[in-house]
Write a protein that binds this ligand. Sequence first.
Ligand SMILES: Cc1ncc(CN)c(N)n1
Length: 218
Amino acid sequence: MTWTDQAWQHIQPLYSNILAMPFIEQLKNGTLPLDKFQFYMQQDARYLEHYGRVLAYLGSKTGDNDQALDFFDFGKNALIVERALHESYFSQFGIHEDSDTADLEPICHHYVHFLKSTAAFDPLEVAMAAVLPCFVIYKEVGDYIIATQTNQANPYKNWIDTYSGPEFAIGVQKAENYVNAMAENTTEAIRAQMLEAYVKASRMEFKFWEAAYNKTAW
Ligand SMILES: Cc1ncc(CN)c(N)n1
C-alpha cells in the first residue's frame, strides 16, 4: 500500500466527521446560509494567498526539476483560484472587496502559520505531507458532493465544480505521487513525522469549515 493510501486510511474517522459537518451538508444541499459562505470565502481567499506561496517555496526546495515545476504550478493555481474568488464569487455573493486586508481569523491564522513553519523548519518530506490534505480532502469532498447532491440549482455550484473536476484530480494525483516517492526514500522516523503533519493539517481542514460555520473571530 502506498504511503498516501495509508495516511488516507488513517484519517477516515476524521474524514467521516468532515462529511457530516453542517457546513458540508448545507453546501451540498445549497442551504448553507450566505453569511457563513461569505465568511468562508473571505478567509479562504486569504488562506490561498499564503498556501500558494508555501507550495512555490516547497518547489524551490526540491532538487527534482519536474517536482519543482509542478509545485510552482500548484502555487500559481492557488493564486489563480484566489483571483477567481475576487472576480466572480466575491461579487456573486456580495463579499466586500476589502477582504484583502481582512484579519486572518484564529483557525486560518493557525493553519497558514503551521504550513509556513513546517515548510521553513521541518524536513521537506514532512512539509510535502503537510500540504497534501489541502489537495486530497477538497478533491474527495468535491467528488462526494457531486455524487450525492440532489439540488441542481445549488447556488454554490461553481465552488463545487472547482474541486470535483478531472483537472483538479490530476494535480492531486501528481502531488500524491511525489509524496509517495519521497516516503519510500526516507526513514521510518521521517515517515512518522510525515503522518503527524498530514493528520494535523487534516484536522485543520475540519476546523476551517467549523470556524466558518460558527464565524469564529478572535
Ligand atoms: C482551507 C482550504 N484548504 C484547501 C483548499 C483547496 N485548495 C482550500 N481552498 N482552502
